[in-house]
Design a protein around this ligand. Sequence first.
Ligand code: ADP
Ligand code: ADP
Length: 235
Amino acid sequence: PAFAKFEDVWLAYDEDALAAGNFAVEAIDLDVKQGEFIAIVGPSGCGKSTFMKLATGLKKPSRGAIRVDGQPVTGPLKISGMAFQAPSLLPWRTTVDNVLLPLEIVEPYRANFKAKRSEYAERARKLLQKVGLAGYEDKYPWELSGGMQQRASICRALIHEPKMLLLDEPFGALDAFTREELWCILRDLWTEQRFNVILVTHDLRESVFLADTVYVMSKRPGRFVVRREIGLPRP
Ligand code: ADP
Ligand code: ADP
């Protein structure tokens, strides 16, 4: 069954753009299967970030419909976790406390956060271990390298066990070695937990390495042009 469905989705950022027929994304038709890892590749300005805003409900489509997990999308964080190119950890919080942040915000965790804080912190520590951050749980972001901060931000994106992980160029700022290591870590987490992933990247190699299905967006009208199912053996 489809986990997420985009039906003829168009977005113009404002009334003037709409009147001028100037769409940031247009005519997106896309089904995401349950547990599927999809990648969207394309050059700068083709609409990848706009697509993410639509997928999280940060933007409403000018035309068309989006359903995720059987519901119209309402807003960020409800069922999704997000990570971006910049790790954007809160500088005054330790690694664990940064990872815990979604649990302080999202129901049902928020309601009993105080009572369950130590249990949640334990969960955060386990997750941090999986991404190779054992020993850094109580450090502050400025004590971590860029790659370590990005590991922590992926943990933060997953701590509330979202059904969908949205990644917007999460490895773009990393050196090639760290990047490939994080690819493997992400694939291991996905294999274990089977959340849906939408990864936006301009790294074709990354998309082929990670995703079940790669969509190519272009700047031409009718942007969502090519769909390629990658026949990689999956664990
Ligand atoms: P990408 O993420 O692939 O670089 P974007 O989704 O950021 O592409 O941009 C797609 C198009 O939408 C571009 O033409 C861009 O200029 C335009 N755009 C992006 N964000 C805004 C915004 N906040 N307001 C108006 N236009 C925007
Ligand atoms: P809150 O639950 O109010 O968001 P945080 O745990 O995020 O608090 O912040 C912890 C402490 O850091 C608070 O005392 C807060 O006042 C302080 N703080 C808030 N914003 C900043 C900032 N930009 N830089 C440094 N400290 C901050």
